[in-house]
Design a protein around this ligand. Structure first.
Ligand code: SF4
Length: 366
């Protein structure tokens, strides 16, 4: 495949690994913040090729995983209402709420549809003016611009039977929350490349300076990740709490300015709960006052739904690097991708699901 296979080139990978080994003099613990990176690291065994003592902590970077259980229950409650067409990307349909998932609700007669863009949901709203059409807008800064654009369009075109169930979260406040934790072991971050392609890198120097940690913007292919790790180790070894960019082909320093302007217009910062971690102040977006009439949570009055997580789940400890997924007693037993008990097993980008997919047999035979 042109333009992608090049980023898995084994000769170049070996060269980068040699450079990482050459520069490493002591143990370091760094966190990758993106679920796509976690998946790629485990899939390609990158963590097993690093020098002894370089530890990758799999952070809260999978958007499906960090969507709180109560938000899934709100989606289920809305989708079950008569007259509603509930639209979502396909990966949310099998994420279980307290008792069922969107697939189950669909099989019970609800009109749940998989779309490939929030704008598809807006088209459905246009062609069904007698129905309420809701799009489930989850994820990080990466997916938010398309959702913002859709609400902007709905308002501009006067399409009032469309609304957005918003569960957007922001990376920088999560980095701050992780560093504020008294038990934090993280000494550096591989920042999520796609988030930075939207938001740029200007939020990170202050974080790096405040917490004394290097932050290196990193992509998703094996060579991208190795280069991100190499730059991070160089900064760590030199004692420089600076921001690096190992993904310059996709991340300009200012990010995507039109997208950022759209986000500022449509959303405002709000407190958000992260599945597996809890509430982080100012760590998400909700619709701003100008667009509040398109907020599905208010339109359907589902804000009061609250749900408890399984007491068996240790996803919070996984996400903070205190344990690896297989050290959870129910990993691969009561908790599997088909029957996930917690945040990090619900999507293939979650750390528990990645270990289950690529390390299960190896871990069982230990
Ligand atoms: S294996 Fe399952 S129950 Fe255990 S921490 Fe991971 S998601 Fe939670």
């Amino acid at each position: 495949m042109k333009y992608l296979d090049e980023f898995s080139d084994p000769v170049l990978a070996r060269r980068l690994l040699d450079q990482i080994h050459a520069v490493t003099t002591r143990p370091w613990a760094m966190m990758e913040v993106c679920g796509g990176q976690t998946h790629s690291i485990i899939r390609h065994g990158i963590d097993q090729l690093l020098p002894d003592g370089i530890e990758l902590i799999h952070g809260p970077g999978c958007p499906v995983c960090v969507t709180p259980l109560e938000m899934i229950d709100r989606a289920l409650a809305i989708a079950s209402r008569p007259g509603v067409i509930f639209c979502s990307f396909g990966d949310m349909l099998r994420v279980p709420g307290s008792g069922r998932d969107l697939f189950t609700v669909k099989s019970q007669g609800a009109d749940v549809r998989v779309v490939y863009s929030p704008l598809d949901a807006l088209e459905i709203a246009k062609s069904h003016p007698d129905r309420e059409v809701v799009f489930f807008g989850i994820g990080f800064e990466t997916t938010a611009p398309a959702n913002a654009m859709t609400v902007h369009q709905a308002r501009r075109l006067g399409i009032r039977n469309f609304s957005l169930l918003v569960s957007h979260v922001l990376v920088p406040p999560a980095i701050a929350a992780i560093m504020e934790s008294p038990s934090c072991r993280v000494q550096a971050f591989l920042a999520a490349g796609h988030v930075c392609s939207v938001m740029g890198t200007d939020q990170y120097p202050a974080l790096a300076a405040k917490y004394g940690v290097p932050i290196v913007v990193t992509g998703f292919e094996p060579l991208d990740i190795l280069e991100g790790i190499r730059q991070t180790v160089v900064l760590l070894e030199a004692g420089r709490a600076e921001v690096g960019n190992a993904y310059p082909r996709a991340v300009p320093p200012a990010g995507n300015l039109p997208a950022r302007a759209m986000l500022e217009d449509v959303f405002e910062v709000a407190d958000r709960t992260w599945r597996g971690i809890g509430m982080i102040p100012g760590s998400g977006w909700r619709l701003s006052e100008r667009y509040r009439e398109f907020d599905a949570e208010e339109r359907f009055a589902v804000g009061e739904i609250h749900t408890d997580e399984s007491p068996l789940c240790r996803a919070g400890e996984v996400l903070q690097g205190h344990i690896k997924p297989h050290e959870c007693a129910v990993f691969g037993k009561e908790c599997t991708p088909r029957n996930p008990l917690g945040a990090t097993m619900v999507s293939s980008e979650g750390a528990c699901a990645a270990y289950y997919a690529y390390r299960r047999l190896e871990l069982v035979s230990l």
